[in-house]
Design a protein around this ligand. Structure first.
Ligand SMILES: *Cc1c(COP(=O)(O)O)cnc(C)c1O
Length: 374
């Protein structure tokens, strides 16, 4: 059934192999793969579980983690909750999560109690905010960080497994040797203060990959040539690099990865020659916006059965580069097929590669089916 997402498991597996070479061989970091971009798709998770290179399987939502915690653990890997948990989720965390990212001590205390009830020691990682201004204890409040580490040290059922940072998500701050060194330094101070070694210093997401010196990943375009991953960072968490092969710091494509492992396929439901200019007084469209049209004369216009409810129009690219996306509404996308001659007909399938935003919406829409290539 259409529309559907075509998920190429073999290509995703290839991406893991390439990323493992960069992250593990060259970067000496453990590999955490983030599943939220495809809503923890079960076939994708199965591949991750069977991939020896993957150390941790992570998601932002406990529902997704609950769907795979058993298979991940059975394979000897760990589940990770990377969004700061809700206070109300403590019992669920203890049940499904091996490593939980935190920034609020009130929540860590609740996790300690929940872990005590079931006789477990819960690993937690303290998030430090280095200036991106999303989650984490602000790096300048060192007292707060050390106090939190102290309090966790005294908890019977919570273990401070490490610290981490997230960048390039809200504030779009790029990881550099400078800011990540501050994280390593904070880690060193925590170790000194508590007398306990931290197992993980997690240096970010797909935007941190470029810092690793690797033959696979040459410095190109705007990338600074002499930036280096500081010594001490020993983990990265990758979502977009795995799913779409993107370096998200300088918006380059990571060599030797596939960028079309995830595709959208949609069916043409109408194909007609019509003018390029709407006729009549122009008001606002279905989303309250005033549209702008260019007069290109009579065009071959196709409607495909997928819309803004399922995807993000700005985050999809036709595989056939003669096709242009003209616009759309909730359930329709209109394509310009003028340059394609008579090649397409009603019932034909049009393919698109997707960006992160489009992929996320497609994976979340109950109207979009899935098909796998293995
Ligand atoms: C989403 C997320 C990631 C993965 O980010 P990508 O840019 O997709 O690699 C890593 N860490 C945290 C905390 C996240 O929320």
């Amino acid at each position: 059934m259409y529309p559907r997402i075509l998920i190429d498991i073999t290509k995703l597996r290839d991406n893991i192999k390439t990323l493992a070479k960069i992250i593990k061989n060259d970067g000496k970091c453990s590999l955490m793969i983030v599943t939220k971009g495809m809503c923890a798709d079960p076939e994708m998770v199965k591949m991750l579980v069977e991939s020896p290179e993957v150390d941790f399987v992570a998601d932002s939502r406990i529902k997704n983690i609950a769907s795979y915690s058993k298979t991940v653990r059975d394979a000897g890997k760990k589940t990770v909750l990377i969004r700061i948990p809700m206070l109300s989720e403590a019992d669920e965390i203890v049940k499904h999560v091996d490593l939980c990212f935190n920034s609020e001590m009130e929540t860590v205390r609740a996790i300690n109690q929940a872990a005590q009830k079931v006789g477990k020691v819960q690993d937690v990682l303290l998030m430090v905010d280095l200036g991106d201004l999303r989650e984490g204890i602000f790096f300048k409040n060192e007292d707060e960080i050390l106090k939190a580490a102290d309090e966790i040290k005294d908890m019977k059922n919570v273990n401070l497994y490490g610290i981490g940072v997230n960048l390039t998500c809200y504030g779009a701050i790029i990881p550099k040797n400078d800011n990540l060194s501050q994280l390593v330094e904070i880690g060193r101070k925590i170790e000194e203060h508590t007398g306990k070694k931290l197992e993980m210093i997690s240096g970010g997401n797909s935007s941190s990959i470029y810092l690793i010196e690797s033959e696979i990943m040459p410095r190109i375009g705007r990338m600074p040539k002499d930036e280096k991953m500081p010594e001490g960072i020993n983990n990265l968490r990758l979502g977009e690099a795995f799913l779409l092969g993107n370096d998200t710091a300088y918006e380059t494509e990571i060599p030797e990865t596939h960028h079309d492992a995830i595709k959208l396929q949609a069916e043409i439901i109408e194909l007609k020659e019509k003018p390029s200019l709407p006729i009549g007084e122009v008001g606002v469209d279905a989303f309250g916006e005033k549209p702008y049209y260019e007069d290109k004369g009579i065009m071959k216009r196709a409607i495909i059965a997928v819309g803004k409810q399922d995807t993000d129009l700005g985050s999809m690219t036709p595989v056939d580069d003669r096709i242009e996306i003209m616009g759309g509404s909730s359930d329709h996308i209109i394509l310009d097929l003028t340059a394609c001659g008579d090649e397409y007909k009603v019932g034909d399938i049009v393919e698109f590669t997707v960006g992160y935003g489009g992929m996320l919406k497609l994976a979340t829409s109950p109207y979009v089916d899935r098909e796998y290539v293995k």
